[in-house]
Ligand binder design. Structure first.
Ligand code: FMN
Length: 201
């Protein structure tokens, strides 16, 4: 039995977010194929996470210096580190993803929980070997010169390297806000890909 963590960083609501539509279909198929796995969904918009500043920063630094990782402020990091497989769904915003996901990453990046240093080398501490990143983009960034501007998938892949998560799979539907494109068709193609990936994830 695997313990799956679904990090839902979609801002638009159910039925409105195209990213979430793809993620829901993936999860539906995955559950059919793996009925014994347990899935925990974290709706980042409901967590009311604050970026780490002021007193929160001071307290966190103090705890880390003392090597005290029992405080509840490290619970999200522990949950992430202990998941067997992780799914993140986030729309493409400002060339990456919504700030709520960046703040979440700030909270889960904890030395001694999700990563550590050994002889000045970064060592990932997360149990998950696979992470699925689901995103949708208004424009097209997977090819051409705009590819260099794409910081969402790139960031997720980099942070996963730091956490020790070797395999990052991306499902992306892009060009959805370009008038010449048929957005429904592009989303449906991404859903088909999600169904395929659910068989091996
Ligand atoms: C605040 C905001 C910022 C966005 N930034 C970008 C961007 O930088 N590049 C882009 O191609 N699309 C951008 N978009 C368009 C979204 O990526 C696109 O509409 C996406 O499909 C939204 O996903 P959703 O339906 O799950 O909300 C932005 C949309 C919003 C609302």
């Amino acid at each position: 039995m695997n313990n799956i963590l679904f990090v839902n960083a979609c801002i638009r609501k159910e039925g409105q977010s195209r990213t979430l539509k793809i993620a829901r279909k993936f999860i539906e198929e995955y559950k059919k194929l793996n009925p014994d796995d347990s899935l925990t969904e974290l709706k980042l918009c409901d967590l009311d996470l604050r970026c780490i500043t002021g007193d929160m920063f001071e307290q966190r630094e103090q705890l880390l210096q003392e090597g005290n990782l029992n405080h509840e402020c490290f619970n999200l990091a522990k949950q992430f580190a202990n998941a067997d497989k992780i799914i993140i769904a986030a729309p493409f915003w400002e060339l990456s993803f919504p700030a709520v996901l960046r703040v979440y990453i700030e909270h889960i990046s904890v030395v001694g929980i999700t990563y550590e240093y050994e002889d000045n080398k970064l060592i990932g501490m997360c149990k998950a070997k696979k992470l699925l990143y689901i995103t949708t983009r208004g424009g097209e960034y997977s090819h051409g010169f705009t590819n260099e501007l794409e910081m969402g998938e790139r960031f997720i892949k980099a942070i996963c390297l730091m956490y020790g998560i070797e395999n990052v799979i991306t499902i992306c539907a892009e060009g959805l806000d370009m008038v010449e494109n048929n957005a429904d068709e592009i989303v449906n193609n991404a859903i088909e890909k999600a169904v395929e990936i659910s068989k091996t994830f």
